[in-house]
Write a protein that binds this ligand. Structure first.
Ligand code: NAP
Length: 244
């Protein structure tokens, strides 16, 4: 079978360059084109890319992915910052064009498991807070992973959480009843702690990506799966635990 032709958008960035290297080392994939900020997306069409991977910026990602779907190119989206409205619009585009997208705020299997364990624990505790820590150049806060964790946990509590405590500047931001604290310091890659509390006990679930290599197995899995995943799939867990 011929190798799947993959384009990387944001190819010179931290995640983009790691993705280019991972694709180059995979015998089932061919790195068809690298698209940097100074290039046109037309290069994806000119080089017959079947799948485009986007690791750009929150301000560019929605338009990039819409552009790909309109042209029948499947998209794997790692860039965070897409709103619910953006995702709804991409669903419409995917339906109209027949091209698919997989959107994952975190491609590290450990992070997906951390979210799953936190979601499982959510109904059993009174309150939960999230501390996420990333490198100082991360543009968005809170992280897409933290926002998604809060959404998944809160979905398991139909009656909501208890009060989240006094409003004060250093108490983080309330996301559906879960306060998120965002730390941005050099020396970090992507780290998250979910702390759940009930009377007399706490449970802490923690994940650390200490190298961007941690994201690559998930990225490659999504690249290989996207053509067979109809419409827009949100979350790597849909590929890792399809029956759940
Ligand atoms: P980065 O190093 O700043 O890379 C972003 C790259 O995209 C830069 O090279 C930038 O070029 C380029 N770019 C910006 N707009 C573009 C456009 N319209 N077309 C083509 N290229 C464009 O950032 P990063 O650390 O790689 O992170 C990228 C995104 O991935 C962020 O949203 C981050 O939160 C997310 N992320 C996701 C995961 C996951 O597992 N899903 C993991 C880590 C990071 P210029 O610098 O020239 O503007």
């Amino acid at each position: 079978m011929p190798a799947l032709r993959v384009g990387v958008v944001g190819a010179s960035g931290r995640m983009g360059s790691e993705t280019c290297a991972a694709i180059t080392h995979d015998p089932d994939l061919e790195l068809a084109v690298k698209v940097t900020h100074s290039d046109s997306l037309d290069a994806l069409v000119e080089e017959d890319a079947e799948v485009a991977v986007d690791f750009t910026t929150p301000s560019a990602v929605a338009a990039n992915v819409a552009w790909c779907l309109d042209r029948g190119i499947h998209a794997v989206v790692g860039t965070t910052g897409l709103s619910d409205d953006d995702v709804s619009e991409l669903r419409r585009k995917a339906e109209a064009s027949g091209a698919n997208a997989i959107i994952a705020p975190n491609f590290a299997v450990g992070a997906v498991l951390m979210m799953r364990f936190a979601t499982e624990a959510a109904p059993h505790f009174d309150r939960a807070e999230i501390i996420e820590r990333h490198h100082e150049n991360k543009l968005d806060a809170p992280s897409g992973t933290a926002a998604r964790t809060a959404a998944l946990m809160s979905a398991r509590r139909p009656d909501g959480w208890g009060p989240t405590g006094a409003e004060a500047k250093s108490r983080g931001e309330d996301h559906r009843g879960v306060r998120i604290h965002s730390v941005r310091v050099p020396g970090s890659v992507a780290h998250q702690e979910v702390i759940l509390g009930a009377r007399g006990q706490t449970l802490t679930i923690r994940h650390d990506s200490i190298d961007r290599a941690s994201f690559m197995p998930g990225v490659l899995l999504a690249v290989k799966a996207v053509a067979k995943s109809p419409g827009v799939t949100v979350g790597l867990e849909r590929l890792l635990f399809p029956g759940a």
